[in-house]
Design a binder for this molecule. Structure first.
Ligand code: GYE
Length: 304
């Protein structure tokens, strides 16, 4: 039986799929949940996962992908930090006949260089946030905007969708806009500068490209002696537990939920491709719903 067990262990490791995953970094609660999901799902499927944290830098991600190619992994998954600059390394993967799956943010590269992209519709998220705000304020609102990482699809498309909707309301405008790189610390810092540059009484809402920056900004709003969620409405995207808590406490108004469970669909695609499936669509997309204060306390209990 020892011999049999040894044989089984051997055949298992010989059969196990090896996947290299280049993740953006750990800038937000959403990203951490997504990373955890990738690890948990790999484990439950017996996939040998090589995980590389790019610390929000494309050069680190490219280096990781090159090392996956050198190690001869069966497949590569990339969650790209920005859209441009991927073509050379994708060509290297192609030459090595290693299939590449893109998760979350988009890339600008020829379609033949990757199998598919699995992502949410970020433009629609921006539209949903704006529709709620225009409804709530009857289209009269001076807005400050915390943008995500410059060059990242999640920032580009959320801004696009939001601006598209408020464009129809002449009394709604974005008075200040700056990147805070999707992090809580920067969100606080940039919000402080907004509140110094503008008369806080003239502002009606904060539009943040993710919850993490909004959570930092909520702190800054409080420190300035204002009530977030009332004096300044707070609208955002992601749906992380801390933000549900903030909504339950009245400090934030809405978030558009973004599903962090990308592991199962990603590995499903990898398994199909390695089995020879050629019929995989180029985009597998999802969208999330708006959550507000009314359900925040129960949603927080479910998610924390
Ligand atoms: O909203 C943010 C994260 O790319 C959609 O990146 C993702 C964004 C997400 O850091 O929290």
């Amino acid at each position: 039986t020892l011999f049999a067990a040894g044989l089984m262990a051997l055949s298992h490791s010989a059969l196990a799929i090896t996947v290299g995953f280049s993740q953006v970094g750990s800038e937000s609660g959403w990203r951490s949940s997504f990373s955890q999901d990738m690890k948990d799902e790999a484990k439950s499927r017996g996939i040998d996962l090589k995980f590389a944290d790019g610390q929000q830098k494309q050069e680190n991600q490219i280096r990781a992908v090159r090392s996956f190619i050198a190690q001869g992994v069966d497949a590569i998954i990339i969650a790209p930090v920005v859209e441009t600059g991927w073509t050379p390394v994708l060509k290297e993967a192609k030459r090595a006949r290693i299939p590449v799956v893109i998760l979350d943010r988009n890339i600008k590269a020829a379609e033949g260089l990757y199998v598919t992209r699995i992502a949410s519709d970020f433009t629609e998220e921006g539209r949903k946030a704006a529709r709620w705000l225009m409804d709530k304020t009857k289209g009269q609102c001076n807005i400050v905007e915390l943008q995500g990482t410059v060059g990242a699809t999640a920032a580009i498309d959320r801004a696009k969708g939001f601006n598209e909707v408020i464009g129809a309301y002449p009394q709604a405008k974005i008075v200040r806009s700056q990147t805070a790189e999707f992090t809580r610390a920067k969100g606080k810092e940039v919000m402080e500068s907004f509140l110094k540059a503008e008369d806080p009484q003239s502002l009606c809402a904060l539009w943040s490209h993710n919850d993490e920056m909004a959570l930092g900004a909520i702190q800054a709003i409080k420190e300035a002696g204002l009530k977030p969620g009332k004096d300044l409405l707070v609208v955002s995207v992601d749906g992380v537990p801390d933000y549900f808590k903030a909504m339950a406490e009245g400090d934030a108004n809405i978030t558009v939920e973004l599903n962090p469970h990308l592991g199962a669909p990603a590995y499903q695609v990898v398994e199909k491709v390695l089995a020879g499936d050629k019929g995989i669509p180029k985009l597998i997309s999802t969208t999330g719903e708006v959550f507000g204060q009314d359900t925040a306390a129960t949603e927080y209990q479910k998610r924390k």
